[in-house]
Every structure is written in structure tokens, then in C-alpha cells.
Write a protein that binds this ligand. Sequence first.
Ligand code: SF4
Ligand code: SF4
Length: 249
Amino acid sequence: MIEDIILTEQEKLYWEKIFNTEFIFEKGCYSTCNSHCCKWDTPDLPLTIIPKGGTLFYLPKEYAYISKYGKITEIPPYKMKTKLFDKELFIYYKHCNDDSNCNIKFSRSLYCKLYPFIPVFDIEGNLLDLKFISVYDVTYNIIGQKSPCYVKDLKAKYIDLWSKEDSNIHLLKNPYTLFYLMVGNLIHDNYVETLKSNNKLINLQGKEFWKKWEKLYLAGRLINKNKLEKGIEKLYNDFSIKYNFSLED
Ligand code: SF4
Ligand code: SF4
């Protein structure tokens, strides 16, 4: 339950900083692509079951902050949870097709502030790489489909910016956020490997590809769950040792 998460004063200040920080910001970029990443409304992405629009993800403490101090949407987000080893890991998610007016109506999530990249850190918080954060962009990249998003081509710029001492990326090295970002990276790599190994799917093209992709994706068959759980369990143990980290805190 959201109400069960009580933020400490330090956590409140931390999420306030995240809330007031832009990580990837290219002024007016939405005018070049008709807000592609908020709508995903293009004939090149012919999905029939998944609705058009983006999906917002909120980390549990991020949503606890936003629901108390920020602006929330009229309809609350859903909870996506998975039981791992002896822990429950969950995030909130919500469908969005708000056409980039979101800041006026509700608080944007960290996920949206990072789009189109997820920073890849090691456990020490060293920035190793940037990967695409959206499953659609990751998939576009693998099947060689073009995207109208020019910000995706600015990886070198953001690696350079975020490698500087005074970069605001240090905010993401907080163990709590770092853990979830590293879980995100495990999911990314697991998805890429599973998708690439599905020869029947990967050899399809255009509409036929997306039709089959959508069914497999919704059935959870584009993730190797066993491998992912083992990876997250190892990561969790490493974080517990290094940062005295616990999902129960
Ligand atoms: S980040 Fe990319 S897809 Fe999203 S609005 Fe900007 S240019 Fe368009
Ligand atoms: S919250 Fe805003 S930036 Fe994120 S998908 Fe919705 S409209 Fe786009």
C-alpha cells in the first residue's frame, strides 16, 4: 500500500531534489516528432491490444513522495509486483497519453525525465553506458526500425555531460535509486537476449512482427524469468553487503 511507505526527512529531501531536476532535457524536442514518446501513435508500431501512449513507471518511494507532496493523476497507478527469493519487489505503473502537458496536471516520473536513456551504473555508481529505456526503442533498435526521436542520437552528449564532477547524475547514485536502475539494466539485457534468440519472431517483418511481438510480450515470453530472478537476487545480496540495503526499509 502507498500509505504504508513513510519517508524519512532525508528521503523527502532526496525525492524533492529529483522532482526539481531535469536529467534529459532538449527544449521543444516534442515539436519535432509530435510527442512521439508520449503517444507512440504511428503506423510503424501497429499494436492492437496495447493502447497507444506511454507507460509511466514510479519507484515505490518516488510515488510515496509524489502522492504526498506532488501532483497525482486522477486514476491511481497499478502495482506490478514480483516475488523474488524471500522478497517482494514492486513498482507502480500507469498508462499515459497526455500529450506532454503532464507537468501542469501531475508530476512526471523519473522514468520520463530520463527518457530515452537508462544510465548503466556499476555497484560503485560509476557510469558505464546509456541504453534505451523504452521497450519500443530497444525493439526498434534490434529490428532496424527508424524512430523520429533525435534525442536518441545524443548518447555521446549525455555520457559526456554526466561524466563531469558536478553533473546532476550523482543524484541517481543513491543506493535505493541505483538498485532499481541496475534492476532495469538486468531487465533490458534479459529482454534483448530473449528477443534475439527467438528466431521465429525476429525473422518476421513490419505488421507481422509486431502482431506476434505483442502477443509474446503480453504473455511474458520475451523475458527469461528464471535468469532474471537469479540476477536480481545476486544484485540484492551485493547491495545488502555494500550498502546495508534492504527492500523493507
Ligand atoms: S524525447 Fe524524442 S520522442 Fe520524446 S518528445 Fe523529444 S524528440 Fe520526441
Ligand atoms: S508523463 Fe508526460 S512525459 Fe511522461 S509519457 Fe506522459 S505526457 Fe509524456
